[in-house]
Write a protein that binds this ligand. Structure first.
Ligand SMILES: CC(C)(COP(=O)(O)OP(=O)(O)OC[C@H]1O[C@@H](n2cnc3c(N)ncnc32)[C@H](O)[C@@H]1OP(=O)(O)O)[C@@H](O)C(=O)NCCC(=O)NCCS
Length: 167
């Protein structure tokens, strides 16, 4: 976990990053720096110490979802007065193709869950939300317990479930 760095600018070979999904590559090559400057997103990266290649990255941002979108079994524990439920958005998670299938995606996902859980002790967040790009990404998140939100392509993992992983 302590291999992770927050500062994307310390990543020399960022332009070479390629995960196989243009949208996620382009975001890193063209947009992430602006998003960080504007405080729209925080980006965490893992560099390969030997080659300086970027192994993978993920982004986090504050987010909210309408209470009515949350499945009944989770919604019934929420006060009605909360029309909008505070959440954390794991906006993007991508691993360079040279480092896929080596456990890096899992490492970064667990890192994102831990980081989000730690922050939720200071700023309330009911769940982590992801918005998988395609069915392949959906299967990845499903494997780690993310639940599909009805009527949206998004998935979520309650913070109280995440808590059980780290306490
Ligand atoms: C999806 C992605 C993040 C997975 O990262 P990775 O480093 O290759 O995955 P890992 O090696 O850490 O795999 C961890 C576990 O998830 C499983 N897994 C990996 N990709 C999977 C997928 N698409 N569907 C189902 N399971 C998957 C692995 O088999 C492994 O299982 P195990 O722990 O039982 O051995 C990566 O392939 C990627 O960046 N893809 C392109 C971008 C993308 O689709 N991002 C998703 C968010 S939008």
């Amino acid at each position: 976990m302590n291999e992770l760095t927050e500062n994307i600018h310390s990543t020399p070979r960022i332009k070479e990053f390629s995960c196989g999904k243009d949208m996620l590559d382009d975001y890193l090559h063209k947009q992430v720096s602006q998003d960080i400057k504007r405080k729209l997103s925080a980006c965490f990266v893992l560099n390969d110490k030997e080659t300086d290649l970027l192994k993978g990255y993920y982004t986090l941002a504050n987010n909210s979802i309408a209470q009515e979108l949350i499945p009944n079994e989770f919604q019934k524990k929420l006060p009605n007065s909360y029309k909008s439920i505070p959440t954390t958005l794991l906006g993007r998670l991508a691993i360079d193709h040279r480092f896929q299938n080596q456990g890096v995606g899992k490492l970064l996902l667990v890192d994102a869950l831990k980081r989000s859980y730690d922050i939720s002790k200071s700023i309330g967040s009911f769940a982590i939300i992801v918005d998988p790009l395609d069915e392949d990404a959906e299967r990845f998140y499903d494997k780690f317990g993310f639940i599909k939100l009805p009527d949206s392509g998004k998935m979520f993992l309650p913070m109280n479930t995440i808590k059980t992983l780290f306490e």
